[in-house]
Design a protein around this ligand. Structure first.
Ligand code: WT7
Length: 641
């Protein structure tokens, strides 16, 4: 635990919701939010019953709203209901508004874009669903998806869901080794990928990476390959690899969705925790879909005919909940963005904002005038008040709501956030809980809840909500241990937070060994494990170092087996090793070769001290457990060189 009491922020700057933010508001006032919130906590059963009936289309409506507890790690919602998430996200909108644009796709080059209607999307998904069934994929099977941000990635997710298969999307920036671990853990027999991806002008050799990942994985029977770039050198392995355009386009465009129980798993998504191996965070069908849909509607104040652009990749939970499930369940037009904010230059997002509107038929005339924006969002890491202010003034032009949305892969949807149309905001605060969420700040040592305002503690949640993760795939014990054991009776987030004098929450960041680089979650243990495979490394410790641009950056301390080898080469090899094991997102920014590491007398590495050394701090706090105090000075010299 890496918790230090900090001051509770005092902030006099308060922004009331702008006129623009109130457009077609689902809630008319802040008081209405408070009233609904109180209801959702006082009587969660009737609140969620009503919401679930209003929001989702059921094949067989549920009778029972919720059961289970954190203690028993057996949470269930709507457990006797049946529905299909793909039907909810696609068919019901395609039936009503077949020509409405579902996906506005923007490729890597500014010249590449496409609009796909709800009906077209439905037909494509049905074809793929039919193909997957034809090769024997059935309810409960896991399918790996390793793709760029192309429409077929969304089709792949929803086709799985349509036939009751569980998807496991692996971010295209992960290496073959990371992909292999994920394919093996979920025993995926089918992998859906593309020949190549292109990001910021750089080619990502997806198919080659898949080939390497599954070279020795015999249970993978089919690799379905979308032709994205048409690179002619792609090797197709006979009897295993098939081209998507050859097999899928010949299928029927009709397919009856499989009726799923509310608690059947919808998908798994791997994420890093405080220990080595990434875990398959599993979400179930109805609770997840309901919560993603409702948070989307209220937090962003979605209005019919809005175009919603969430620039996240579908390889992350943000892409699942706010590119795919939340918006599509509401019948919205989504933007699927397959590039980077800096390509070809730093105005790319703002180009997309204007272009998406024009393509969708709206007559917004001005170049990057951004007047079409109504709500801006931020997620993934604490946004500092200066960055918040820049975003609010320069992009929102003081007219938009800015919502700092706090949540996690495990929470399924946003849990602490302003409601854009009604909540007064403070730069840097995630503000207040969403409906049904009861946050608690706990004393990290005693585990007691800290009441009142103007306090800080570790952040926990007191009672189950519909989209909380149901298990760690294949390891329910790890699920219990990670979230419910340290503070019995609570869901523990792993973050610390402050609650200011108005009861607003300010998220501080992780108190465990999780590093957050540009919103990408990695664990120190995962990177340290990768380094074990570098033969010259005797021992390594990894920490997150504060970084102006990326929030944190990865910093490696390594003890070499043979200190006389070429040091520059060793550093490069260390970086290469991490990229090979995990992927480019885990590239270390600094590598220090050290004679030893600060350890407790019992041999535990004191990462807290390494963090202090790299941030130039001189007050090291309590050093009584440190076995060799002279190491601090030695490392200090190396770091400051
Ligand atoms: C961790 C979860 C939620 C989708 C993207 C990340 C940090 C997330 C905020 C925020 C401060 C935030 C937390 C959390 N985080 N949102 N608004 N303010 N910190 O999902 O990869 O599961 O990471 O991201 O530390 O625990 P994730």
């Amino acid at each position: 635990m890496d918790f230090e009491m900090e001051d509770v922020p005092v902030c006099d700057v308060i922004y009331q919701p702008t006129e623009k933010a109130k457009y077609n508001a689902h809630l008319s006032s802040f008081d209405e939010y408070k009233k609904l919130y109180d209801e959702s906590i006082r009587d969660p059963e009737s609140f969620w019953k009503k919401m679930a009936h209003e929001t989702l289309s059921w094949d067989i409506p549920f009778q029972k709203v919720s059961s289970g507890s954190f203690q028993d790690a057996n949470i269930k919602w709507f457990e006797d209901g049946y529905l299909n998430a793909c039907y909810n996200c696609v068919d019901r909108h395609a039936n009503k508004n077949p020509n409405k644009v579902a996906i506005y796709w923007e490729g890597d080059q500014t010249s590449e874009s496409r609009s796909i209607s709800y009906l077209e999307m439905k037909n494509e998904i049905c074809r793929l669903a039919n193909y997957l069934e034809s090769i024997g994929v059935k309810k409960g099977d896991c399918v790996a998806i390793y793709m760029p941000m192309i429409p077929e990635a969304v089709y792949a997710m929803l086709a799985c869901v349509r036939i009751g298969a569980i998807h496991s999307v692996v971010f295209g920036g992960f290496s073959d080794e990371a992909l292999k671990d994920r394919i093996i853990d979920a025993k995926c027999r089918v992998v859906i990928t593309a020949d190549e991806g292109v990001r910021g002008g750089k080619v990502i050799h997806l198919k080659n990476i898949v080939d390497q990942a599954i070279e020795s994985v015999e249970f993978v029977k089919t690799v379905l390959v979308v032709k994205r770039t048409g690179e002619p050198s792609i090797q197709m392995k006979a009897d295993r690899d098939v081209w998507y355009h050859e097999k899928v386009s010949t299928q029927s465009k009709d397919h009856k969705p499989v009726s799923m129980n509310s608690e059947d798993l919808l998908f798994i998504l791997y994420t890093s925790g405080s220990t080595g191996k990434p875990k398959g965070v599993a979400h179930s069908t109805a609770g997840y879909l309901l919560y993603a849909s409702l948070t989307f509607k209220y937090v962003f104040n979605y209005a019919e005919n809005d175009i919603f652009g969430c620039m996240a990749d579908v390889g992350w939970i943000t892409g699942h909940s706010y590119v795919v499930y939340g918006p599509l369940c509401n019948g919205a037009t989504i933007v699927l963005f397959d590039s980077t904010p800096f390509y070809p230059d730093a105005s790319r997002y703002w180009q997309v904002v204007d272009k998406a509107l024009r393509k969708a038929g709206d007559a917004f005339p001005l170049k990057y005038d951004l007047s079409s924006l109504r709500v801006l969002g931020s997620v993934g890491e604490p946004i500092n008040p200066e960055a918040w202010q820049w975003y609010y003034d320069k992009i929102g032009r003081n007219k938009c709501a800015l919502v700092d949305t706090y949540w996690q892969t495990e929470t399924g949807g946003i849990v602490i956030t302003p409601i854009s149309s009604v909540t007064p905001t403070k730069p840097g605060a995630a503000t207040l809980p969403f409906f049904g969420i009861e946050p608690a700040l706990l004393d990290p040592h005693s585990g007691h809840e800290i009441s009142g305002n103007g306090v800080c503690g570790v952040l926990a949640i007191k009672s189950p909500w519909p989209s909380i993760t149901r298990t760690v795939y294949g390891d329910h014990e790890r699920y219990k241990m990670t979230y419910f054991t340290q503070y019995p009776g609570y869901y523990f987030t792993g973050d610390s937070a402050a609650r200011d004098s108005n009861g607003y929450y300010w998220i501080r960041g992780r108190v465990d060994d999780v590093i957050n680089v540009s919103g990408h979650r990695l664990s120190t243990a995962e990177i340290e494990n990768a380094l074990i495979n570098y033969p010259e490394c005797a021992e390594a410790a990894v920490i997150g170092k504060p970084d102006e641009i990326t929030g944190q950056s990865i910093c490696v301390f390594c003890i070499l087996r043979n200190p006389n080898i070429d040091k520059e080469k060793a550093k490069t090899d260390i970086i290469k090793q991490v990229r090979k094991s995990i992927g480019p997102i885990a590239t270390p920014k600094s590598v220090y070769l050290v004679p030893d590491l600060p350890k407790t007398r019992s041999g535990k590495i004191m990462r807290r001290l390494l963090r202090k050394i790299v941030s130039g701090e001189t007050n090291f706090g309590d050093l009584t457990t440190l076995s060799d105090p002279s190491i601090i000075n030695k490392i200090n010299i190396i770091v400051s060189q």
